[in-house]
Design a protein around this ligand. Structure first.
Ligand SMILES: NC(=O)C1=CN([C@@H]2O[C@H](COP(=O)(O)OP(=O)(O)OC[C@H]3O[C@@H](n4cnc5c(N)ncnc54)[C@H](OP(=O)(O)O)[C@@H]3O)[C@@H](O)[C@H]2O)C=CC1
Ligand SMILES: O=C(O)CCC(=O)C(=O)O
Ligand SMILES: [Mg+2]
Length: 744
């Protein structure tokens, strides 16, 4: 039987997973050769996206097409089969570093104009804005999210539980959130009945309206909402919490999502910096302004910018910063050896990854002395802070979780079509003056939603499309049916937006057979209490959530249950019928790259990639009737099981197996499983030979891979590594390479 070739797109991205690709992809391409499955790459790395956006002055060899836009189109077709590895969602400091590196490599791209002086610079800034923050995920995620730990992974973790720090009932750690004036307090929401166009405008004290966002369409049934963060209330809250942290001798820490929420959260971050260092900003305001300091970029950027000031002024500012530490509470640290604090860069502490670690480490964070200490976790907005508070309180009362016995909390997340907060960037504005920001019907001028704002307040409008919500409800019922676990919709009646969603959930649940299923709707705090009680009893509970909670919970529970979100299966059944297979639920692990460059050891665990590939092959088998893809997928599943049983995941230190070694073992077990199966004789014969070669040479390959560790590695770049150098570094075993290359 001849089947038409199915193409898997393997995304080329950044940092640790990008390095891992250099080693893993040649194996994947060799294994799929001749099976009707072709695996192609598309560069959507931060550097690749910058290059694609500024082609004017580049040589033909330097140019890269706009692959992200192409993949965005592909995601809307039934043919889509995309394996998406995690990519950098760049903060401005990261974007500037990437630009500098590219310029150093001879790419004639413009500097990032932080404070544009004219229209030309404004245009450049607007083009760079497309590369900032979470620029990839919203484009590709044309479906809702199904994230869970594969059964084999969960079983392995129960058998080999990782360590969680003990919790003391005397722990002073806690979550601090606002009690008013936040996004939660101000939310208003409505469902649009028929298709209309809207615009967003600011109306000042003089009654004059200025358009903030031009005419854009809304679909019938779409939920829209508006809200704002009062900056006055936020700054008062920060000051109170900083004083309280000092009084109670706990670290002050701030947990935001400045990468994904690229417009609002850097501003909230900047306010924390200027409140913490209020005396410095009051005393040196003019000089800092002259140096071009933008607090939203953090203390690290401030230190860089003040280099342009006269030496005595600079020394004075530096001394006053140091003096602040004596009168303010100690800050949670990102790297205490290097003196990098929580307030150095907006992208260093990201709430989805940072809060689970706090819960994992007895509620503590690292202090300036390099020791763990109780911490105040400041999460200003109540939309999501309260559920973190609940799990911290639970641990204080009931102690740490037990990974050997605890149940699981998989997630079904509303994510499609840029749902909710994560699609709000082009509808988020900082109020330029006191007045009203309103969403109006473009044709009639009638006000749909409005917020009364003061200068500096952060206004946000969100959208959630009816088709996305309907599909999300269906996915929840499907998962509940498949697993028999209760499914809980985390929705808060007191939030205007959630109330609208709730009514749709109630309507769409009626479209499904839910007999025998346990489906609940609970506000986040209660949903957390319910789920946590059940995991302590070893029971599973599906969390069915909006987009932000999807992000937060799919790091939180996996990190507690299995030590990392890297091992998650993360599937996005696309609305158009294709599949997007994300690898793990975590990020691009910048720390891992630092370790690799320093000592030739890459700790990145590719289990997420393995699972995503398995799901991608399964999808091909189901949609293209490709039997070979089915055989490859089944064999891969077996191989992953054996890989886990034999504990071949990367360890953490030189001399032990690292990412490259883990790929070798996956290849060995995959080849063995293919050689053992009998469904496809041709594959059986081909892989019998490969399995034999890999098996016979295992000790030699292991030795070659371990010998490559323990010394600094030059990859020729951070954001745009040199292909030749990185290939050499990531494929250091001539014996393994010869076997793999002979297959291709
Ligand atoms: N889907 C996407 O594209 C995502 C992208 N990001 C982006 O990634 C970057 C870094 O984000 P950050 O929040 O620091 O989180 P990361 O998840 O990259 O790193 C946090 C820690 O998670 C652990 N970890 C994550 N993945 C793996 C893995 N595969 N193998 C082993 N350990 C792993 C490591 O912790 P430990 O030391 O405890 O072992 C790591 O140091 C940012 O630019 C962010 O925007 C973030 C999330 C998702
Ligand atoms: O897109 C991003 O910035 C991060 C995405 C993320 O953290 C997630 O989906 O879990
Ligand atoms: Mg996340």
């Amino acid at each position: 039987m001849t089947t038409k070739t199915s193409t898997i797109i393997w995304t080329e991205i950044d940092e640790a997973p990008a390095l891992a690709t250099y080693s893993l992809l040649p194996i994947v391409q060799a294994f799929t050769k001749g099976t009707g499955v072709s695996v192609e790459t598309r560069d959507i790395s931060l550097a690749g996206r910058i290059i694609a956006n500024f082609p004017e002055n580049l040589t033909p060899a330097q140019k890269i097409p706009d692959y992200l836009a192409q993949l965005g189109e592909l995601a809307r077709t039934p043919e889509a089969n995309i394996i998406k590895l995690p990519n950098i969602s760049a903060s401005i400091p990261q974007l500037k570093e990437a630009i500098k590196e590219l310029q150093g490599k001879g790419y004639k791209i413009p500097d990032y104009p932080e404070a544009p002086k004219d229209d030309a610079e404004k245009a450049i800034q607007a083009r760079y804005a497309k590369c900032l923050g979470s620029a990839v995920n919203p484009v590709l995620r044309e479906g809702n999210s199904d994230r869970r730990s594969p059964l084999s992974v969960k079983a392995f973790s129960k058998k080999n539980p990782h360590k969680l720090g003990a919790w003391s009932p005397d722990s002073k750690s806690h979550v601090a959130h606002m009690m008013g004036g936040d996004f939660y307090a101000h939310e208003t929401s409505m469902t649009v009945e028929k298709p209309i166009d809207y615009r967003i405008e600011f109306v000042g004290a003089d009654g004059k309206a200025t358009v903030l966002k031009k005419k854009a369409p809304l679909k019938a049934g779409e939920i829209i909402d508006s809200t704002h963060m009062s900056v006055k209330a936020l700054r008062k809250f920060y000051e109170e919490q900083i004083e309280d942290a000092k009084k109670n001798d706990v670290l002050f820490s701030l947990h935001l999502k400045a990468t994904m929420m690229k417009v609002s959260d850097p501003v909230m971050f900047g306010h924390a910096l200027t409140v913490y260092f209020k005396d410095v900003f009051a005393k040196h305001g003019a000089a800092l302004k002259q140096a071009g300091v933008n607090p939203n970029l953090g203390l690290g950027d401030l230190y860089k910018k003040i280099q342009t000031l006269p030496a005595d002024k600079r020394a004075e500012i530096e001394a006053d910063i140091k003096a602040t530490y004596a009168v303010r509470p100690a800050l949670a640290m990102v790297d205490s050896d290097k003196g990098i604090t929580n307030l150095h860069a907006p992208n260093d502490i990201i709430v989805d990854a940072s809060m689970p670690v706090v819960v994992r480490e007895s509620g503590k964070m690292w202090g300036p002395d390099g020791k763990l200490k109780d911490a105040k976790a400041t999460i200003p907005d109540r939309c999501y802070a309260t559920m973190y508070r609940e799990i911290m309180e639970d641990c204080r009362k009931n102690g740490a979780f037990n990974p050997a016995t605890m149940g699981s909390v998989p997630n079904v997340g509303l994510m499609a079509q840029q749902a909710e907060e994560y699609g709000s960037h082009d509808k988020t504005f900082i109020a330029q003056a006191n007045g009203t920001i309103r969403v109006v019907d473009d044709a009639s001028g009638a006000t749909l939603l409005q917020q009364s704002v003061e200068e500096g307040d952060i206004f946000r409008m969100c959208q959630a499309k009816d088709a996305a919500i309907r599909d999300w409800v269906k996915l929840a019922v499907t998962r509940a049916r498949a697993t028999k676990a209760p499914a809980v919709f985390w929705l808060d009646k007191a939030r205007a937006h959630d109330a609208q969603v709730m009514s749709k959930v109630e309507t769409y649940l009626k479209e499904h057979d839910t007999v025998g299923l346990e489906i609940k709707i609970l506000p986040p705090v209660e949903a957390m209490r319910y789920s946590v009680k059940r995991i302590r009893e070893g029971l599973d509970t599906i969390s069915v959530t909006g987009n932000a909670l999807r992000d937060y919970l799919t790091d939180l529970f996996p990190i507690l249950e299995i030590g990392t979100s890297a091992k998650m299966l993360s599937v996005v059944p696309l609305l158009a019928g294709g599949g997007l297979f994300e690898t793990g639920a975590g990020g691009s692990a910048p720390k891992h790259v630092q370790q690799f460059v320093k000592e030739g050891y890459l700790r990145w665990d590719s289990l997420g990639e393995f699972s995503a590939l398995g799901a991608s092959l399964e999808h091909i088998a189901a949609t293209s009737k490709n039997e070979k893809a089915a055989v490859l997928g089944e064999a891969l599943d077996k191989a992953i099981g054996k890989f886990l049983d034999n504990n071949k995941s990367p360890a953490r230190k030189v001399g032990q197996i690292d990412n490259r070694g883990s790929h070798f073992y996956l290849a060995l077990y995959w080849a063995e499983a293919l050689a053992e199966q009998t469904k496809d004789k041709e594959l059986q014969a081909r892989f019998a030979k490969v399995a034999k070669q890999l098996g016979e040479n295992a000790a030699k390959i292991d030795a070659e891979l371990i010998a490559a560790q323990g010394k600094p590695v030059d990859t020729g770049g951070y954001y745009r590594p040199d292909t030749k150098k990185t290939t050499a570094a990531m494929r250091p075993s001539p014996t393994l390479n010869a076997i793999v290359d002979a297959m291709a």
